[in-house]
Design a protein around this ligand. Sequence first.
Ligand SMILES: NC(=O)N[C@@H](CC(=O)O)C(=O)O
Length: 402
Amino acid sequence: MQAATITTIPTVSAHPRTKPPSASFLRSSVPCRVSFRPAPRPNLRATAMAATSQQLIITRPDDWHLHVREGEVLEAVLPHSARHFGRAIIMPNLKPPVTTTARAVEYREEIMKALPSGSSFLPLMTLYLTDNTSPEEIKLARESGVVFAVKLYPAGATTNSQDGVTDIFGKCFSVLEEMVRQDMPLLVHGEVTDPHVDTFDREKVFIDRILAPLVQKLPQLKIVMEHITTMDAVNFIESCEGGHVAATVTPQHLLLNRNALFQGGLQPHNYCLPVLKRETHRQAIASAVTSGSKRYFLGTDSAPHDKKNKERSCGCAGIYSAPVALSLYAKVFEEAGALDKLEAFTSFNGPDFYGLPRNNSKIVLRKSAWKVPATYRYSSGEIVPMSTGSTLEWLPSDQTEE
Ligand SMILES: NC(=O)N[C@@H](CC(=O)O)C(=O)O
């Protein structure tokens, strides 16, 4: 059934940062629709708390930065992403990492097998760049038709990055040149690992030392700066001309600042890399993303770790956001008075940058409170999601509407 295109929306939040809907939204020139009619029962495994009749119908989103791991964790987390997203760029930082096309093809098969029956979710595979990756491997990756990008982890920057790159200009330049020829995007974990650089400055220093020179040397290389965390990153992305440089943004870097790491005690479930930054940076990222710029798109960096590995001494970095990400992104856009720009961020800018078609199906986000489970259990443990135990609005439904 076709939902009516509505030319006004009700007040959807009493949050002090809420602005009235923008004039362009009132002209309803964008395909994102808000409608008013009785909401059917949500089929997400969540507790519906209060149904209202407001809903958003948007083109099915993709996740342009996702960790799904392997084995039983893969089986536990994949359905959460497959329920909401059409496709996802799958991160290659396994143990051992996915460094070859042959391994990426195998890993893709494992993911396809773990999908719930009937799911049309598509994993878009990536290669893990090392000092030893060859230009030939990039050709193989392109020919495979299943590898869509190459991931740069500076060695030692984050989870399972010990095999990453030690000298991008010295050791990887011929590979990067081949990537330009193959139109293969480079996905960048943008942090230096120099122990003399303050943890909170690692992104800015990476931009100055690596990213800006890289863009100068290879202006035709498509680059996605992943999970940006600073206004320095926003300024850099805005400064790049030619449409070859873009950024993904996570829900945590849009909603949390570094206080969230210490509120009421150490909060390991808010620890990810790059680490959360101060409030001014969060605000800069939120304004950039909700401005409607095409340079930013959805990448959750949903990174599941077992609860016991997050809560031990020397707990690991990574926030599990797959089940809550869409609700949280909608909250960010709603609070900015920019719900009309949500769909481009979630569903258009990513495929347009990668040169892939946009999804055909739709997803419904209902303005309906739902309680995030405290943990998601699986056979040998449990995973604590972002916003654990809290109540969120904008309940996504996998029901599609045409
Ligand atoms: N984001 C994280 O803190 N962790 C990610 C790796 C990464 O993307 O940096 C992980 O794989 O756990």
